[in-house]
Ligand binder design. Structure first.
Ligand code: F6R
Length: 357
């Protein structure tokens, strides 16, 4: 039940700190160490390459998950959109492991790939919110999201839950492979949960950003570099699906190769700047679009901020920043949709679970 909330989406956005804390608990053993079933770790360790397959928001989570697994566990990862996999089937490595990410566990496009790779004799791990779902039943292994039912069509808490579970999978796999991480993931995720709470409590500010940049616009662009690019893709998807504003996410450096032609006076550009190693370059990209009249909304992370930034996210571990940075984007999409009189929980043309290919 949505209780006192006007929409499930807002309730589910607010649940994210609790979901992250719940995931930490669910994945800890009696010694408070992060724990993943031995057979899953065995499969992760044996794999010479991981293929993540998913759709929509879950695909965006997969892109961030690739960063976790490659940087921490040092296993190469490819991320594929499920509906394209069959036609553009990658040349598989010798010992592939497939990871399916699906909130519902019922997405037909993802299931089609699962059926195909099972026929080829490969192993599959499904990361899902729904125990006993089709993808979970038909996979060799399952990791649960523990996010609780997600009712709003636009996925929010499932995305951050997917990131949290992927981060745990990556960190525990690293340990299994004898790689020492120089931070404590439990502690860092706890900081993320606290930060999420601060962000969720800042709704007035999010509403004012939505009003300032998105109330009447026809289109909007999200830019970022490195993982900020992936968060931007998710921000753009959220905005278009519930507010019907045409929105696109781009790698900061790619805009000038064509899309910059679309920048007009006052075109909103939401720029993410949470990554130190690309901070100067993304700010350079902001200057390029401002020179063409764009209205920039820079969302940065504490420590990297400048006076021109519209919003500063409290500091979290840099690799985990997508878990925090997505929240302002979810909230500004919510308020943009609200002020444009859109049906937030049930956007037109969309269904919660897409069971056709
Ligand atoms: C976006 C959204 C969709 C789903 C996609 C995959 O808010 O909800 O893009 O993420 O249809 O769904 P699952 O994760 O259930 O496979």
């Amino acid at each position: 039940e949505k209780g006192t909330y006007p929409h499930y989406m807002l309730k589910e956005i607010d649940e994210q700190p609790l979901v992250v804390r719940k995931i930490i608990q669910e994945y800890q053993n009696e010694n408070n160490e992060l724990h993943i079933d031995a057979d899953i770790l065995g499969a992760m360790d044996e794999a010479d390459r991981i293929y993540i397959v998913a759709c929509g928001t879950s695909y965006h989570a997969g892109l961030v998950g690739k960063q976790f697994i490659e940087t921490w566990a040092k296993v190469p990862v490819e991320v594929h959109v499920a509906s394209e996999f069959s036609y553009n089937m990658p040349l598989l490595s010798e010992k592939p492991l497939f990871i399916f990410i699906s909130q519902s566990g019922e997405t037909a496009d993802s299931r089609a790939v699962l059926v195909q790779i099972k026929e080829l004799g490969y192993k599959a791990l499904t990361i899902t919110n729904v125990p006993g779902s089709t993808l979970s039943r038909e996979s060799d292994y399952t990791l649960l999201l523990h996010a609780g039912p997600e009712i709003a069509v636009a996925s929010t808490k499932a995305y951050t839950a997917q990131l949290a579970v992927l981060s745990i999978l990556a960190a525990v796999t690293a340990k299994t492979r004898g790689i020492e991480l120089e931070f404590d993931l439990v502690q860092e995720l706890a900081i993320v949960a606290n930060t999420m709470e601060v962000l969720c409590d800042d709704k007035e500010e999010m509403e004012s950003i939505a009003l300032q940049f998105l109330a009447t616009t026809r289109n909007a662009f999200f830019i970022g570099r490195s993982v900020d690019y992936y968060v931007g893709l998710e921000g753009a998807l959220k905005l278009k699906e519930i507010s019907y504003i045409q929105a696109e996410g781009f790698a900061g450096g790619e805009l000038k190769h064509g899309t910059i032609a679309l920048i007009e006076n006052n075109t909103p550009i939401i720029a993410l700047a949470t990554q130190e190693h690309v901070n100067l370059s993304i700010r350079g990209n902001v200057k390029e679009v401002v020179a063409r009249g764009a209205n920039p909304c820079i969302i940065s992370m504490k420590g990297l901020e400048t006076e021109e930034d519209r919003y500063v996210i409290p500091k979290v571990h840099e690799t985990l920043s997508p878990l925090a940075a997505v929240i302002p984007l979810q909230l500004i999409s919510y308020y943009a949709a609200l002020h444009r009189d859109c049906d937030v929980d049930k956007p037109r043309n969309l269904a919660k679970s897409v069971t056709v290919e």
